[in-house]
Ligand binder design. Sequence first.
Ligand code: PSV
Ligand code: MN
Ligand code: MN
Length: 388
Amino acid sequence: MVDRQAVTTALAQQRIELPSWAFGNSGTRFKVFTQPGVPRDPFEKVADAGQVHAFTGVAPSIALHIPWDSVEDWAKLGQAASDAGISLGTVNANVFQDDDYKLGSVTNPDPRVRRKALDHLLACVDVMDQTGSRDLKLWFSDGTNYPGQDDIRARQDRLAEALAAVYARLGASQRLILEYKLFEPAFYTMDVPDWGTAYAHCLTLGEKAKVCVDTGHHAPGTNIEFIVAVLQRAGKLGAFDFNSRFYADDDLIVGAADPFQLFRILFEVTAAGGLAASSEITFMLDQCHNIEPKIPGQIRSVMNVQEATAKALLVDVDALGAAQRAGDILGANAVLMDAYNTDVRPLLAELRQSQGLDPDPMGAYARSGYAERIVADRTGGQQAGWGA
Ligand code: PSV
Ligand code: MN
Ligand code: MN
């Protein structure tokens, strides 16, 4: 039997972190479509993220990308976040935008470029000291395009050296979260292409190093929930970058392309206690809203994660375990599918009402007038980061 009260409590405690870059203009390499009212600076991104939390109640922090979100006075940005009802979260480093990084950042054959990249990563930890952020999320665009272009093993050595230097700089409660990606921008080898490579580096580094699973960073057909289960079992699942993909790293709204996959992932997480108060998994979105409005896009994303989580929590794990032990393949599968096929929207609407929120976050935001206000107040909105 599923304990409904426990499900509601777990859902009420869920925390989803929003990416600052979701609020800025974004696009593909073909075109960035600008939208009226988008934030002109990090303060306005924080304000917009606060709206998502105000209407969903489960998105109380915003991840920053440095230098896209760099400000003179971090305390002031922290204050703006707290005024908006949220806090500053994960710091994402950026060692992929400078011309210097053509042949890589921390794995670049040129020691000068490697030093520059490492200095940026260390500067990000300085930022974390000021923002109170726990996590430094590292994604490297480093890799090669052609066989023979560089020495694969030497690049791993350079990567290990840089990671060790960053790890040594972390404070007692800070963590290094290493993100992997199969391909793009490098097309022959990425230096951190998969969870195995990320896991191996994190294992060498130590307890404070964990892996980030970006759901868009795998080959089509990859069983992501298996990766999640293995990492979580090893105590190495640090964070998610949630998004949807139809083809590659599409960064579309999470749960839009394959809600069943999202459910399967979240079932592995919840079944292994990943939603418990003691869990240290950060549930972050990593998305871009190229053509749809951004704040509603984020609200929808948060709701999609909530719905998949609710379904995952509704799995009758006792019945599932009994069926598994009995070798009842179809019975076990039916237990899982029963939960997945449950309409959890009424349950979530009730939960919101019990928290003093509108049961319909999308409608409530649309009625709030915030969208019209920012269009009137803000001119010349900022690009999310790419090409800015
Ligand atoms: C890279 O594709 C990535 O997923 C990393 O998380 C980056 O930091 C993020 O996208 C934003 O560019
Ligand atoms: Mn990502
Ligand atoms: Mn990505």
